[in-house]
Design a protein around this ligand. Structure first.
Ligand SMILES: C[S@@+](CC[C@H](N)C(=O)[O-])C[C@H]1O[C@@H](n2cnc3c(N)ncnc32)[C@H](O)[C@@H]1O
Ligand SMILES: O=C(O)C(=O)C[C@]1(C(=O)O)C=C[C@@H](O)C=C1
Length: 247
């Protein structure tokens, strides 16, 4: 496994380009996401535990915006339900290529893992099969806001009774004081993980045009509008949270 440290924004850049999931990011992604998202390892591992409760026999489990397949690997570690398979989808060719290598590594280390298919494609154009678990782990925030409701509605339509969508996102807060406090604490989290103020500032301007977080209230309302019956937050660490949405 290539696990380079994330130094992408360490040097001053004359102009900070928009953030993209390209080859440079792929090379450092495991380090980047662990040092940037409070609670990420806990969310990923428990996503597998949660999925095992919702997985229905002979159904598909989707990992949408799978990056290097961390969620797919957790699903395969935890779900033992008969006839299930995992479909991981990402539109970054560099991510998909490395994800396939990692999953081959997992195949060679463990027996009796769920079969997995990795698709390079746009989740907005995906034809969903009947699914019992759909994971959107820090992916919806990168989808254009006007596309989010339609995507969630299509996911809702594909979900089998007893299944669930698990949605993890960075949050913004309608209350200014709460927003500022949790943003400052997130910056402190990044600093404690070795990022300099320059790295934090340049990453912030790189993602501000491409990643648009919603509030918990917006998520709840949109999920209900998409046809989900119940929205249950199961994890929050600072301004990052994960929700279970039931069909
Ligand atoms: C923050 S990463 C997700 C992290 C990953 N789920 C994990 O838990 O390690 C967001 C991913 O979504 C992918 N993505 C963004 N828009 C997409 C789209 N329209 N279709 C498919 N993948 C998309 C990006 O390429 C990127 O790999
Ligand atoms: O909000 C930030 O500062 C982040 O770095 C967050 C975030 C994310 O939530 O996906 C953004 C891009 C990278 O994929 C890793 C982390």
């Amino acid at each position: 496994m290539i696990q380079d440290p994330d130094r992408i924004f360490a040097q001053p850049l004359a102009q900070v380009p928009d953030f993209a999931f390209n080859e440079d990011v792929v090379r450092v992604f495991p380090d980047m996401i662990k040092r940037s998202v409070p609670g990420y390892p806990t969310i990923v591992e428990n996503l597998g535990v949660l999925a095992a409760q919702f997985a229905q026999p002979n159904s598909v489990l989707y990992d949408l915006g799978s990056s290097l397949g961390a969620v797919t690997q957790a699903l395969r570690r935890h779900v033992r339900t008969e006839g299930c398979s995992v479909i991981a989808v990402d539109n970054s060719a560099a991510m998909v290529e490395r994800c396939r290598e990692y999953l081959n590594g997992q195949n060679s280390m463990f027996q009796e893992l769920l079969p997995v298919e990795v698709i390079e494609g746009d989740i907005l154009a995906l034809e969903f099969q009947p699914a019992s678990v759909v994971a959107l782990n820090f992916t919806l925030q990168f989808i254009a806001p006007q596309e989010r409701l339609a995507l969630l509605s299509r996911i809702r339509q594909s979900l089998l009774p007893g299944g669930a969508l698990i949605l993890s996102e960075k949050l913004r807060f309608n209350d200014c004081e709460e927003h500022e406090l949790l943003t400052d604490l997130h910056i402190a989290f990044k600093r404690a993980n070795g990022y300099s103020d320059l790295e934090i500032a340049q990453k912030r301007s790189a993602i501000e045009n491409v990643m648009k977080p919603d509030s918990l209230e917006e998520h709840r309302e949109r999920l209900l509008a998409a046809g989900f019956s119940k929205v249950v937050p199961w994890f929050q660490c600072l301004n990052f949270a994960s929700l279970i949405a039931l069909p």
